[in-house]
Write a protein that binds this ligand. Sequence first.
Ligand SMILES: Cc1cc2nc3c(=O)[nH]c(=O)nc-3n(C[C@H](O)[C@H](O)[C@H](O)COP(=O)(O)OP(=O)(O)OC[C@H]3O[C@@H](n4cnc5c(N)ncnc54)[C@H](O)[C@@H]3O)c2cc1C
Length: 401
Amino acid sequence: MATTANRAEAQVGPGVGDFLNIDAHLSEEEIGVRERVRSFVKERVRPNIKEWYDEAVFPRGIVPEFADLGLLGMHLSGYGCAGRSAVEYGLACMELEAGDSGLRTFVSVQGSLAMSAIHKFGSEEQKQEWLPRMAKGEAIGCFGLTEPTAGSDPASMKTFARKEGSAWVLSGEKRWIGLATIADVAVVWARTDEEKNPVRGFLVPTDTEGFSARDITPKLSMRASIQCDVHLEDVRLPESAMLPEARGLGGPFACLNEARYGIIWGSMGAARDCYESALAYAKEREQFGRPIASFQLVQEKLANMLIEIGKGTLLALHIGRMKDAGTLRPEHISFGKLNNVREAIEIAREARTVFGGNGVTLDYPPMRHMSNLESVRTYEGTDEVHTLILGGAITGIPAFR
Ligand SMILES: Cc1cc2nc3c(=O)[nH]c(=O)nc-3n(C[C@H](O)[C@H](O)[C@H](O)COP(=O)(O)OP(=O)(O)OC[C@H]3O[C@@H](n4cnc5c(N)ncnc54)[C@H](O)[C@@H]3O)c2cc1C
């Protein structure tokens, strides 16, 4: 039987707070960034996300607000970007995804994929033309790598760019392209007939003749965000449309690594939201005459969630510090993405059970997060792809084929 002292200890326990005092490892500046995004999510996302998700709406009006917070191209320098550190960017992703993975995905596609492709590989003219407007949210970008028959194996892409005089002419299909129907510019990866490193990147203004996009619907995941099929039919571009510094698949992979890094943090944000909501519900909900939080089996679930969120957040911070120090390798990113998304899905599932029947409604967040995290597990490299990257790093033997 619980003593009065036990009960008192449980009541004053840290509960939802920073259990491991991870804040002690963050600077005031970093905590400031996190708190600004956390308040924004509380005021702008939490009151509306149920409706956006239910109606499968991406709230386009939120884009200038993301820009005002400095979230677009947040970790890039110059060209109107905020020039924040990797850890600050990660903390922002964590807070956004505690709101909804679809909104964090917007920031990832715009900043980590489209803007970072232009920033890393674009000409000075391309950077000047697009980056300042994209940082302000006045122009939206998308990133077209995946195709209907080329997902985990982008080297098998069929989209082709042929040279006609000084022009490039692109033809092909892309699938799952985030934001393509609302984008102003698409970063399109295509095969060329160059012998060495045939895959090259192109900036395609979406009003170019021959470019068309269609939303993929209905989806059971990421309902508050947009993914599209893209059709490229003889899209004629000037020579200057090619990203001059990207040669081969190393180009898109470098951008994917930026987005994968954000997911390491973001997934822990979604997990934290599941845990916090389950804890609050368990303290309120009574069965057998007592709050369900008083049952050992429920406490075990909460304790396991707390442990994995603590481990995953420390891992994200460690990887973020390595990124800022310039010592991060792609296999470290695979380690973080594989672990944190896998654990976040497990936490969302366990949190859902705490809500019983109410857990399958949109009134509570775990099942929404769970559905979103199924996409997060698949995009930016599936679990299997990251396992193989780690396996290759450990053994020195690539096992993709
Ligand atoms: C919500 C969402 C948003 C996305 N946004 C974008 C975007 O903005 N831009 C973009 O270009 N793409 C985007 N994608 C595409 C995403 O990157 C791909 O879905 C992903 O790479 C997997 O490709 P696929 O769906 O074709 O699956 P497949 O590659 O067909 O994989 C199917 C299964 O086979 C497994 N598999 C494949 N190869 C191996 C192997 N060698 N060994 C073991 N198992 C293997 C996979 O792990 C998976 O389980 C998005 C996808 C989703 C769902």
